[in-house]
Design a protein around this ligand. Structure first.
Ligand SMILES: [Zn+2]
Ligand SMILES: [Zn+2]
Length: 155
């Protein structure tokens, strides 16, 4: 990527990569800074690890995985917040896969869900860890959702 000079990104090579817990669903990647690092002035050498979701290492998600790693590298380069500048840098990612975030979240939720909250009128499914017990309605058509056990294999 022509945006980045070699000496800017060189320190990124020494950051150890690790994986998140495999039942994580909210986060796809995280940049962990060493305890005691000055969070107001983040420096690349203060990064302890970058953790990626283990499911990102499956072949089917590699294009998105590369983008998540790019996103975490932006944090590691000192960009702490998802501000306008951060989003601009993200936009420079030249490869496909960046748009698959919501798809990946959906996939993770479905994997870890014990229950599917099912709409009997429009057949929409909402994978969840807990039962709905008649307390929730379909977002599309407002029908009360019923609980169906999610039989999809979790691995
Ligand atoms: Zn981020
Ligand atoms: Zn519905």
């Amino acid at each position: 990527m022509p945006l980045w000079e070699r000496e800017t990104i060189l320190p990124l090579h020494s950051i150890p990569l690790a994986v998140l817990r495999k039942n994580a669903t909210q986060r796809h990647g995280v940049t962990r800074f060493q305890r005691g690092a000055h969070l107001s002035v983040l420096k690349t050498e203060d990064v302890e690890t970058i953790d990626l979701h283990p499911k990102l290492l499956d072949d089917a998600w590699l294009d998105y995985a590369r983008f998540v790693l790019y996103h975490e590298y932006l944090h590691a380069l000192g960009n702490r917040f998802h501000d306008t500048n951060f989003r601009n840098l993200e936009q420079h990612w030249p490869h496909a896969g960046a748009e698959r975030g919501r798809e990946f979240t959906k996939y993770l939720r479905k994997r870890t869900a014990t229950w599917l909250w099912v709409c009997t009128s429009c057949e929409k499914e909402y994978p969840r860890r807990r039962k709905a017990n008649g307390r929730f309605r379909c977002r599309t058509c407002s029908t009360i959702l019923i609980d169906v056990e999610n039989l999809q294999e979790t691995n």
